[in-house]
Design a protein around this ligand. Sequence first.
Ligand SMILES: Nc1ncnc2c1ncn2[C@@H]1O[C@H](COP(=O)(O)OP(=O)(O)OP(=O)(O)O)[C@@H](O)[C@H]1O
Ligand SMILES: [Mg+2]
Length: 364
Amino acid sequence: MGVVRVERLAKSFGKVVAVDGVSFEIAEREFFSLLGPSGCGKTTTLRCVAGLETADAGTIEIAGRPVYRADAGLDVPPNERDIGMVFQSYAVWPHMTVFDNIAYPLRIRKIPQAGIAGRVAHVLRILGMTGLEERRPSQLSGGQQQRVALGRALALAPSVLLLDEPLSNLDAKLREQMRAELKLIQRETGLPILYVTHDQTEALAMSDRIAVMCEGRIHHLAPPEEIYRRPATAFVLDFIGSVNYLPCRLAGADDSSVTLLWREEAAITLPRPPHLPPGPDVLLAARPESWRFAAGSAGLPGTVVLRSFHGAGFEYRVRLGETEIRVMTPNDVRVSEGEAVRIVVSEGLLLEPDALSRPEARAA
Ligand SMILES: Nc1ncnc2c1ncn2[C@@H]1O[C@H](COP(=O)(O)OP(=O)(O)OP(=O)(O)O)[C@@H](O)[C@H]1O
Ligand SMILES: [Mg+2]
């Protein structure tokens, strides 16, 4: 049974429906992310779980105990919900030392002094900050300050950590480093985490499962690889990673493959995707890494309009009729701008032609 269980949660602010019937369950030791664009309802969902916001409908359970039930009028206050929280603007107290910042939640719970010292030492060891007890936040780096905020959330050994864009104030390099540290801290503590972010790279890299949200609803709830490879809806497909769209005609399908025609001339054969639109007009959606340059007369004819270096490889923009296709290649594949090329695609999804104007349209 899940450590956190949210069922049919709903919350509006006046006419704005922020959360529209959201359900999910977070397992023991799970890193669970809510991912979606600005305004999709991530923070509101998290604040309802924390008890900082009162939902309009639904139920929330934490560690087997109901903390919110709309029908029963139950709404347990935040400090009795057995949670630790860190927000984007990490509120560490500038006038307190590292030790006092982390000890603060223990002191207000009237934990005996001896217990406090032991607990703070334990948390500092998990955070790799032993020896910095007497520093003040102004004497710490941004990453260290963020770890103090995390330390304060860990102090009371909560059942779950709620984190809302906790790394977004850090610069890119530090953010990447803190991602790894946060994962390691989670491994060590075994704490389940409910993580909120609009950064898909972060969510893909850190999460065991991701709930992708759009306009207050969960469109897809699955492990990162499945979200990336088999996005449930057009919205999820478009929001995660990059994707090329090519209008085609579905010319044939059997159990294992489909045949598409591009401009009635070039045939494309692909493994059969999970979803086949009624056709015959379809939109082929394929990631840049699913395309490559072909030798000889195979593939679709196009022209390279732009080449950009990405460190680990190149990205080419290839003009194909009215469409532009992005092709990611390893470093050893080099084609020049202006060159006539042929490109082939190895896998993709098929959407209905108007799917991009319907976020909820089925993709996989
Ligand atoms: N206190 C509030 N009063 C009125 N509207 C609110 C309030 N809080 C949130 N909203 C609205 O609810 C919707 C969801 O907001 P929420 O903060 O949950 O989004 P979010 O997914 O966290 O976005 P972001 O990535 O920008 O943080 C938005 O339309 C927002 O304007
Ligand atoms: Mg938010």
